[in-house]
Design a protein around this ligand. Structure first.
Ligand SMILES: *[C@@H]1O[C@H](CO)[C@@H](O)[C@H](O)[C@H]1NC(C)=O
Ligand SMILES: *[C@@H]1O[C@H](CO)[C@@H](O)[C@H](O)[C@H]1NC(C)=O
Length: 246
């Protein structure tokens, strides 16, 4: 009897509790869940395919070893003691912006150690900083990894996935149609550059760019060193090459 009475007594309380919970959900949490009211971010894509200009040139700016970490907070290495206090990752950013402005490349390629894992606690933030000038330029760009990129919060696969989703990036995780377990590394892909608009080669690839992941550090027979391009990657490369020869 007593427990039954208790149940009935608690019913209004239970209803009040549910109502309060729903109210809280509605006011505090639901605005964040309603995607319809938020600006959903969609990757900005460059004009593709890549192609030569009408002057017959296709200029590539290649950048390696930015070693970007925490922007203003990360001081430069290998500068004079007098320069140390006034030199940070932002100098790298300025330098790349300036190179883009002066050289007016058609395409940007970042060939590894884009970020410096040991000096950052947030790989995504460092990637956004490192590739900031590329994204601002709205030029198509591609990147692959070095051995330092993955030394913080993302694996090599996560890094390439993130990089492939960044604005104006034409980077790929791995070649379409090849299962991850059938090729070593992350960041193996090829890009085609077509002939100039209006030319006979407008719909034909005249330059093929190949990107291969040369890996992380590796220990072989007890000797510590760096990775290398594996047979599985060469196999993929040969399969493409054979198609080209036909
Ligand atoms: C880094 O940038 C600042 C601000 O433009 C400049 O004063 C400084 O000389 C630069 N440092 C180096 C080593 O280029
Ligand atoms: C390339 O493709 C476009 C669109 O399909 C076509 O109009 C143009 O004639 C083609 N150009 C050449 C050189 O084949």
């Amino acid at each position: 009897m007593g427990s039954e009475g208790g149940k009935w007594l608690s019913l209004p309380f239970l209803i009040a509790f549910i109502a309060a919970t729903l109210y809280l959900l509605q006011t505090l949490i639901s605005p964040r869940l309603m995607l319809g009211h938020e600006v959903v971010k969609i990757k900005r894509k460059p004009d593709l395919p890549l192609r030569f200009g009408s002057d017959g040139t296709f200029k590539i700016l290649q950048v390696a070893d930015m070693h970007y970490a925490k922007g203003k907070m990360t001081r430069c290495r290998d500068v004079l003691p007098s320069e140390f206090e006034y030199c940070s990752d932002l100098n790298t950013t300025r330098f790349i912006r300036r190179m883009i402005e002066v050289e007016k490349p058609d395409f940007l390629v970042f060939t590894g150690d884009n970020i410096f894992g040991p000096s950052t606690a947030d790989a995504a933030e460092s990637l956004l900083g490192a590739f900031g000038p590329a994204i601002e330029s709205r030029l198509p760009w591609a990147a692959i990894l070095g051995n330092h990129d993955q030394e913080s919060t993302m694996t090599r696969e996560e890094l390439m996935s993130f990089i492939s989703l960044m604005d104006y990036s034409v980077s790929q995780i791995n070649p379409p149609g090849i299962a991850t377990e059938n090729i070593d590394g992350y960041g193996n892909y090829n890009l085609q550059v077509h002939g100039a608009f209006g030319s006979d080669l407008a719909n034909t690839s005249v330059l093929d760019l190949f990107f291969l992941d040369s890996g992380d550090r590796a220990t072989l027979n007890g000797i510590r060193g760096y990775g290398w391009i594996k047979e599985s990657q060469l196999h993929w490369l040969r399969s493409i090459y054979e198609v080209f020869q036909v």
